[in-house]
Design a protein around this ligand. Structure first.
Ligand code: PBE
Length: 302
């Protein structure tokens, strides 16, 4: 055989191997794609940097770009939440975009951030925190979002429900409820406030009471679904954020009481939650913040 044929043969083998590799790769990523199953809140969500309103008045500041000059008054610290939360990477970006060179972002948790905010507020101290809407705290304290002219926190965020690959195709009843499971901003805030104001009860009880007090919303969510015993087990993943606990607990109540599912809530770190959804260990989440907050996870899994 002359070398020309050997070369053609070798090229053909490489082409076949490449094609097989591409098909395998495409097959794999297809398997892993998580799926959008509903919109929990359309466009009303927001992330940002928040200060008590008395701080805005006394320092005469209104924008993130005003922070750097008062860095020492703020103890050079922005109080953040858990590592991996979208608002943490948005805040790292804000620190760069607005040249907040004297600030560090403190990793914490939602509950520690809120405790620090409430403490500072009650002693009229200067503080800046990462915060978002919907949240019950906005109804309890006089707080101000710093303006974000460079859109480090995006423009309009939505909250969506996402499932593991293939869930809705196999469960049209669940798919129907999930596509109906939507709030407007005042309904969502009302749920979160009800839970926060009833913290002597467990969250599941409070969420159930709130759902029962909103029969029109409940019947919209249920749609044509009728209760049927033993519809199966659903695992809902969530992070310990008040908004995720509210929407997940209300959904658990609805799925168990009005459809006949058995629901387990799994509290996780945000990265683990998306990973679990993509590998099928978790069935559902109701706390996908898009387009910007969870962009890093959507790029990887969606
Ligand atoms: N949050 C609340 C989350 C999403 C829900 C804004 C703290 C975050 O990833 O930042």
């Amino acid at each position: 055989m002359n070398s020309k044929y050997i070369k053609i043969g070798a090229v053909a083998v490489i082409v076949i191997l490449l094609a097989a590799g591409v098909m395998l790769f495409a097959g794999n990523t297809d398997d892993k794609k998580i799926e959008k199953v509903g919109t929990v809140l359309d466009n009303g969500a927001k992330c940002g940097l928040v200060i008590p309103t008395y701080v805005a008045t006394e320092l005469n500041i209104s924008s993130i770009s005003d922070l750097e000059q008062y860095a020492s008054e703020f103890n050079n610290t922005i109080i953040g939440i858990d590592a991996g939360a979208g608002i943490m990477s948005m805040t790292e970006k804000a620190i760069e975009d607005y040249n907040l060179n004297s600030f560090t972002l403190q990793t914490s948790s939602e509950s520690s951030m809120l405790a620090a905010l409430i403490d500072a507020y009650e002693s009229h101290e200067i503080i800046v925190v990462t915060l978002w809407t919907p949240h019950w705290i906005g109804g309890e304290y006089n707080l101000t979002y710093l303006e974000d002219p460079d859109y480090a926190y995006g423009t309009a965020e939505s909250i969506e429900s996402w499932s593991r690959p293939g869930l809705s195709a196999n469960d049209p009843v669940l798919a129907e409820i999930m596509s109906n499971y939507e709030y407007n901003l005042s309904e969502f805030n009302s749920l979160l406030s009800y839970i926060a104001n009833n913290n002597d009860k467990d969250i599941q009880t409070a969420a159930g009471e709130w759902v029962e007090a909103h029969p029109d919303l409940l019947s919209k969510w249920i749609g044509s679904v009728e209760y049927q015993e033993g519809r199966g087990t659903i695992k809902i993943g969530l992070v310990d954020w008040a908004c995720a606990m509210g929407s997940s607990n209300a959904l658990k109540y609805v799925l168990e009481t009005y459809a006949g599912y058995d629901v387990t809530l799994m509290s996780l770190n945000v990265g683990v939650m998306y990973e679990g959804l993509s590998n099928g260990e978790i069935d559902l989440i109701t706390t996908a913040w898009v387009p910007l907050t969870h962009a890093q996870y959507m790029e990887k899994y969606a």
